[in-house]
Ligand binder design. Structure first.
Ligand SMILES: Cc1cc2nc3c(=O)[nH]c(=O)nc-3n(C[C@H](O)[C@H](O)[C@H](O)COP(=O)(O)OP(=O)(O)OC[C@H]3O[C@@H](n4cnc5c(N)ncnc54)[C@H](O)[C@@H]3O)c2cc1C
Length: 516
């Protein structure tokens, strides 16, 4: 495995950390933290050396003078899934989590260095077998597959053992770092056992409830909380939404070299927390009951939130392929996102990426760069109708084959392992993996008739909904922002912009209520 990136701290950065932490020493063999610990500090090495080991005591990397130890869980508070053991007499600075957080806001350069390294390390660790969660259960078990998808979406390092656990009726078995076992847990129980995720009271009352934690919801949470509204954000799966699964967002203003979706949304989450917005995950909204003054949103596990205003930002979900037996392959040979684990899995394999949009193009380039023999299948006659010109050039540059007017009619394989596909034209092509990027359906079923929606299920706003304000729905005080909104531009920047704009309109609506 490639060792996680380990940049050097400058003398002034070490001095800043020293002001906010404590200088300590440790001798060879001392354990600084171990798998299963609830927390650990950021450790900056002044002298000496530390080895990082996985749960089976395999060495992953060593860090020496002016390097630092730490990973994403320093921000999330997640249980530790690595062990740090001293290999040369050590003098170091320990900065506790609570002291680190303000530093990340006050010192831009240090913050950039630490955050980008934490994220790079998390990406590298996701590729290492035997780190983090262990999920045990066969592919045929739906709860097992939900847990695997959940771990993937939350970028938790995990290992999936498909053999059924012996003598266990309830699936899946989830083993936490440190060995604790959970049988058929909910995603929320796992998150909280890992130390991530906020526990909500049975009933909460807030000024602003944001439903959905993609770019629109995160934008709304940052602006709502920074402008003095008591803001709660509930997210059913993983903060970051669709954008969080994007390998590289090239067109977001201010990042000329592009930025990964995980990094962009990770920063947004940190920013939301900084302003005291409360992101709560995983909590799925299941109904909205409009009220006079307060609207009631009920969540899956029985909680209810009474909010003076609500911003709907539940975005959209990938469309599935209408072929028989698709579910059997999903998560093993058929995927809806292409991240580092998938790129590694698909190296030197024949891979089909299905779709004509930019997300399909980005995925095909990413997989080809990872060594896959990628073919892009799309149904129109000319890719230029649907994909940006720069991506078409990238496809050529990285040797991605493009097949126009091609749609998959059947999948062939056994036990979820794909061998080939047949196109609707009857042609059979050997592919081991298929990635689907077929556009999206709005996540609005849970709303029922509570707000007016268009013929495709997207939420109507403004004049189309007979509302007073641009992003307001048919229910006064309930707004919609981002991909979930009928007629929205399906882009990150647009979603963030709408999230912030919705907050302005919330203020206007609440002020109107007060003066009535
Ligand atoms: C692979 C990929 C690559 C992309 N690349 C780019 C790009 O390069 N540039 C660009 O501008 N755009 C890109 N996009 C599009 C961009 O990501 C979306 O337009 C943007 O994420 C929309 O943001 P959103 O907040 O409106 O919705 P989403 O990102 O869809 O977020 C909605 C959130 O709501 C949650 N949710 C749904 N239902 C519920 C519920 N009932 N209760 C609680 N939570 C719920 C979901 O889990 C999700 O996290 C890409 C999209 C994908 C999939």
């Amino acid at each position: 495995m490639e060792p996680p990136a380990s940049p050097l701290l400058s003398a002034s950065q070490l001095a800043t950390l020293a002001e906010n932490g404590e200088e300590r020493t440790a001798k060879v063999g001392d354990v600084l933290y171990r798998v299963g610990d609830q927390s650990y500090p950021l450790i900056a090495i002044l002298e000496g050396e530390v080895a990082i080991l996985d749960a089976a005591d395999n060495e992953i990397v060593r860090h020496g003078e002016s390097r630092f130890l730490g990973e994403m869980n320093l921000l999330t508070g997640q249980t530790v899934f690595l062990t740090a053991i001293v290999t040369k007499p050590l003098r170091y600075i320990a900065v506790e989590r609570d002291a680190l957080r303000p530093l990340l806001f006050d010192d831009g350069l240090l913050s950039d260095l630490l955050l980008s390294t934490f994220m790079a390390r998390r990406e590298a660790l996701q590729r290492v077998e035997g780190i983090g969660l262990e999920i045990v259960g066969p592919h045929s078990s739906e709860p097992t597959m939900r847990m695997v998808d959940f771990a993937r979406a939350n970028r938790l390092p995990f290992t999936w053992k498909q053999s059924p656990p012996s003598g266990q009726a309830e699936l899946p078995l989830v083993r936490l770092p440190g060995g604790t076992e959970m049988h058929a847990p909910s995603a929320g129980e796992v998150m909280r056992a890992l130390g991530i995720g906020r526990e909500l009271a049975a009933r909460e009352e807030v000024d602003l409830l944001v439903v959905g934690g993609g770019p629109a919801g995160l934008g709304a949470a940052v602006y709502g909380a920074s402008e003095g509204l008591e803001t709660l954000l509930v997210e059913s799966t993983a903060l970051g939404g669709q954008a969080g699964s994007s390998r590289r967002i090239e067109n977001y203003l201010g990042f000329p070299a592009g930025i990964s979706g995980a990094e962009l949304t990770g920063r947004a989450v940190t920013q939301a927390r900084k302003f005291n917005a409360r992101p709560a995950t995983p909590y799925r909204a299941v109904s909205l009951e409009p009220g006079n003054g307060r609207h009631l949103v009920r969540l899956e596990e029985g909680h209810e939130i009474a909010a003076r205003s609500v911003i709907l930002a539940t975005g959209a979900q990938y469309r599935r392929l209408p072929v028989e037996g698709l579910a059997e392959y999903e998560g093993i040979s058929v995927f809806y996102a292409a991240g580092p684990p998938e790129a590694q899995l698909c190296g030197a394999s024949r891979v089909a990426v299905v779709g004509g949009g930019n997300s399909a193009g980005q995925a095909a380039v990413w997989l080809a760069r990872g060594g896959a023999l990628a073919t892009l299948l799309h149904r129109r006659a000319n890719l230029r109708e649907t994909m940006s010109a720069y991506l078409i050039q990238e496809l050529e540059r990285y040797g991605v084959a493009v097949r126009d007017s091609s749609e998959i009619g059947a999948l062939h394989g056994e036990d979820g392992i794909l061998e080939a596909v047949t196109l609707k034209s009857g042609e059979r092509l050997p592919f081991s993996f298929v990635f689907l990027f077929l556009g999206a359906l709005p996540c609005t079923e849970w709303l029922g008739d509570a707000v007016a929606r268009d013929e495709n299920g997207f939420v109507l706003t403004g004049a189309a909904a007979g509302a007073d304000y641009l992003l307001e729905t048919s229910v006064p005080g309930v707004f919609a922002a981002g991909d979930v909104r009928s007629g929205s531009t399906k882009r990150c920047a647009a979603a963030v912009g709408e999230g912030s704009m919705a907050v302005q309109l919330v203020h206007a609506r609440l002020a109107g209520q007060r003066t009535r």
